[in-house]
Ligand binder design. Structure first.
Ligand code: SF4
Ligand code: SF4
Length: 97
């Protein structure tokens, strides 16, 4: 799946010094955000991140941080659950969900 969200807004961050190269983040990420190279995780494209939080929750080294459950992705998921229109409270524009 290669759905991109808003440009340069994802809160995902990776501390490569803490990463132990286990690959769990790449296994659980539904959008293929990570690549494991030389036993270190790398973020291939931050704009693919939907801020679900699965990578940070599963990282055994606390090397990942993401502000999960906010923004565009959360608005879309909430609209699926409630059946309403997505409302992310952003400024709108062509990139808005
Ligand atoms: S889950 Fe954490 S420790 Fe494992 S590869 Fe990913 S960032 Fe590194
Ligand atoms: S928060 Fe979710 S979509 Fe974003 S990198 Fe982590 S697992 Fe992938």
């Amino acid at each position: 799946m290669k759905h991109r969200y808003l440009n340069d807004v994802a809160t995902l961050s990776l501390d490569p010094d803490k990463c132990v190269g286990c690959g769990l983040c790449a296994d659980v990420c539904p959008h293929g955000v990570f690549d494991i190279t030389d036993r270190k995780a790398q973020i291939t494209d931050r704009d693919l991140c939907m801020e679900c939080g699965a990578c940070a929750k599963n990282c055994p080294a606390n090397a990942l941080a993401v502000n999960a459950g906010v923004g565009c992705a959360a608005a879309i998921i909430n609209s699926w659950i409630t059946g309403g229109e997505p409302s992310c409270d952003c400024s709108g524009g062509k990139d808005c969900c």
